[in-house]
Design a binder for this molecule. Sequence first.
Ligand SMILES: CC(C)(COP(=O)(O)OP(=O)(O)OC[C@H]1O[C@@H](n2cnc3c(N)ncnc32)[C@H](O)[C@@H]1OP(=O)(O)O)[C@@H](O)C(=O)NCCC(=O)NCCS
Length: 150
Amino acid sequence: MGELRLNELNAETISAANRLTLKPGQEDFLEPETYTHAEQQLDPAGSWPRVILDDDEVVGYIMGAFDEDAPEEFLRAALWRVNVSAKAQGRGVGRFAVAAFADEARKRGYSRATVVWAPGDAGPGAFFESVGFRVIGQTPFGENLGALDL
Ligand SMILES: CC(C)(COP(=O)(O)OP(=O)(O)OC[C@H]1O[C@@H](n2cnc3c(N)ncnc32)[C@H](O)[C@@H]1OP(=O)(O)O)[C@@H](O)C(=O)NCCC(=O)NCCS
């Protein structure tokens, strides 16, 4: 693993991010149902998509969604998506991406960030807890709501 960097999206990195392949069974966890139903409430102006580069190779993608006026807390400083290519998993890329999202949220004045995930063995629960999120509740779809104090 070389040096990890965060980059904004451009034509090249978007297509590389779209080609990232996950491990079997992980696709099911990419979009929690809670988020599918809330997608239309997202303020596009608050969207914060980034790729993670290992030297010059795209190895991960992260999307934050910020909206300080959102009525529900889980939409204010939300980690909407994070995924790391199968071959780069387990080497700190996800941790790096979440730290970058947390820095961004802090810069924007938030004191807490949230994430929603579906429970399940192939899911990201253990990852989110390892990087500091704690479960603060369940959504109406039976998914975990996690919070990270910033
Ligand atoms: C979840 C995901 C982003 C983690 O990325 P990663 O680069 O493999 O994670 P890291 O290597 O940075 O791991 C950070 C910590 O989480 C732990 N962790 C990561 N995946 C884990 C797993 N499946 N089970 C247990 N612990 C796990 C690591 O052990 C590490 O802990 P440590 O630093 O205390 O040793 C990656 O597995 C993925 O892309 N999953 C599929 C997509 C997904 O479910 N995304 C979330 C919903 S959008």
